[in-house]
Structures are given as structure tokens and as C-alpha cells.
Design a protein around this ligand. Sequence first.
Ligand code: NIG
Ligand code: FE
Length: 441
Amino acid sequence: MTLLLNPQHLAHNMRTVLVDIGPLVHLSGEGALSGLNLIDEGSLIALEKGIVIEGNQIVEIRNSEELIDEYGSPNHSLDELSKANMGNSAVVSLEGRSVIPGIVDSHSHLIWAGDRSREVRWKLNGMSYSEIASRGGGIVSTVNATRTSSNSELFDLGIERLKIAFKSGTTHIESKSGYGLDLETELRLLEVSKKLSHCVDLPSIDHTWLGAHAIPNGSTHKDYFESLISDQLPGICDQGIARSTDVFCEPGWFTVEESEDILRESRNAGLNLRLHIDEFTDGGGGELAAEMKVDSADHAHYTNDDARVMMNEAGVNTGFLPGTPYSMGEDWPDFNKMIVEDLVWSIASDFNPNNQILSIPFLSSLLVSRCSVDPLATLVCSTRNPAETTPHPSGLQHGRIEVGAIANLNILDSKNWESWCTRPSHSPFKGTMIEGKYISH
Ligand code: NIG
Ligand code: FE
């Protein structure tokens, strides 16, 4: 993989025609899906299709034989497609392999330094998340390691993580700050995030400010909360990298009232809103998410049923983060209940020092094999649904394969689309096309 800084994500001119596709899980259509629409194969999957890609965009989806008639027989192999200098045009047979959209990971803590692996035994010994924090572990210990790391060290860590995510089919990822907890370091984390977003052949990035993640050592709760609004938020807005604000709204971290203040001030400053809610207890975050109509309210593990309905009616997308209960030794919410009740939801990695999972196919395998969720539902909740809260920087549609969308798609190493979540230990993909360029895995 060549890594070049490409500040403008310049579109290339190549035309690629993919033919002999097996099941094309295009997931096309407007908006997020819920209920039985999540598993409606007839409207979400097509057979015998081919795709024409010009530059970074999908320009045509048509019967494969018709495309061969128009553009000619396959003249390159998939492996050749990943090599540079192919000329201006290639027709490639996928030999029946299935294709799914590029995965959109709508919640990650991508950039931090340090190592909290010793906490695993503390967890096994029954220590809670807050007990680990009060013992010097948890978020604040990562903050110390992050503050003493240079931008270039943080950039290198970010690159390694983006490579892992990309190999697992992620073509776009949301990245939160939140391990700086002072203006200078929060700005540095966003600068590193921006620089990472300029690297080609890696997922594009949606930047979120999460200054309200914890109270740093040396500050009182009151002083830090006030500084978030008076100092950090204006500085973050001046810098202009963050698209959204997030708050860890949870008893013991930021109260519902504090979260509301930060969200209102952020909205007034022009930022979009996201929330961490109800990770450990039903603390009122769901009701706040609905009231504030945030784009995405995530974790939502203990949110009560009424609040779930209020969130849904307010247009809030619930982001379930199945890796976190996995890493904490806990069970998962009842995802099939969300389907029966017709709620809009997504799944995302929540990659962080306490939950180092970047593979959405792995998380999907958890939902399928441990929670009996249909693999088509998990796919929609990993692509089309999170794309609604996490737009692509080009302004083009993503998370679904349709004419006019960015050419982000995954080619499975199988003729069965279900294989996307049946290989939890390794990438199920032969390769990924990102912004019209095919990279072999
Ligand atoms: O979403 N819960 C808040 N933040 C992260 C975990 C952060 C950490 O433990 O370092 C989360 O799970
Ligand atoms: Fe998180």
C-alpha cells in the first residue's frame, strides 16, 4: 500500500467495469432502514449485475452481460486491478464473488497512546469501570500517555489502526478526540485526525470533539466543565476541524444538565451533535438525546423502552457498540427487539484503549452468532444506516451501492454475501475499492 498525502483527494480518471458479480448487496434507497426492511432481500440484493465506476464515482449499474456487450470482455484480473498504471479503462470479472458496500464505522476513539492491557485482570477480579478509573486506570491514564506523545507518534498509531480497519472493509470512520482533555492536546488530536484523513488508500474520517470525556487530574469537575464551554469549545470552533461534538453523558461522568449545556452551546456554534448514553445505567441520556435530536446516541445499552421510542421519533439513530460489552465481559442488548419495534439503529466499533476492536465483520459475527440477528440486518446497520449520521467528505452518498454514490465497496472472497460475517478471525474480503481505486487485501 502506498501512503501519500493527498490534501484534495483528487479524483482520478480511470474507468473500471466490474462484471460477473455474484449477489450484489447494494442496499440502495433513501434514508436509514428499520424493522423488516432491514432483511428485505428483494429490495436490497440484486443478481447478475455489473458496475461501472468512473473516477471516484459509481456511474452505472446494469445487467452484467449488457455491460460486456458495451465495454467488451474482461481484459484484466482483479489482482491486476490493484496494480498501478493500468491505463484508462479496465473490464474485470469478479467470477461470481459477492459485493457489499464499504463499511461505515460511526463511532471510534482512534487516536491515543499508551497501553491499558493490565486492566483486563482487574476486570476479571470484578472491578467496575469506575473502580478502575479511581485506581488510576481508565480514560485518565490514557490521557497521560497521549499528552506526552508527539504528533508524529500519534499519527503513526493512527495509520496502523486505519490500515487494520481498512483491511476489515471500513472505508469511512468517525474519530473522536477526548484523550487530551485540555485545549492544546484536544486541538493536537484533531490536527492528527485531519492529517490522517489526507492519506490515500485508507478510510476517510469524520472528526468529532469529545472534550467532555472525563475530568482530567488536577481539575475540579466544576472548573473543567466550565472550561469546556468557555475555553475548549471556542478554540475547537476556531480551528475548524471538528464537524460534531460528543459528550460522555453518564452518571459519574457528565450529568444530563451538563451534557445539555455543552450540546446547546455546540449547536449554537454550528457543530453537529452526538452522545454517549446509558453505557452502565439508564441515566436519562436517552431522553436528552431525543430532546436535543442528536444525530447518533451511542452505547444505549440500558436505555429504557420509552426513551428508545422517543429517540426514534426524534430522528435519532441509536449506535450500538457491541465490542464494548464484549471487552467488559457483559451481555448485549436485545437487538431483535429493536427490529420488532421498528427502531433505527447502527453498529460501530467504539475502538478505544479498553476495547481494541476495529473489525466490524467481527462485531457482526457476534450479533449473528451470539444474538441471533439476521446478517442482512447487521450489514445495513454497518453501512447504509450509519452513513446517515456520518456523511462522506466528498458530499457523495456512501454506505450503499447506487448510481451517483462514491465508489466505496468490498469484494468478498466468496460467492455468498453472508460470508461477510462468518470469518471473525480474518478479513472476509478479497479487496476493497475506495474512491474508485481497488486495493487487494
Ligand atoms: O465509549 N465510555 C466512554 N468512552 C469510551 C471508553 C473510553 C476508555 O475506556 O478509554 C467508550 O467506551
Ligand atoms: Fe465511545
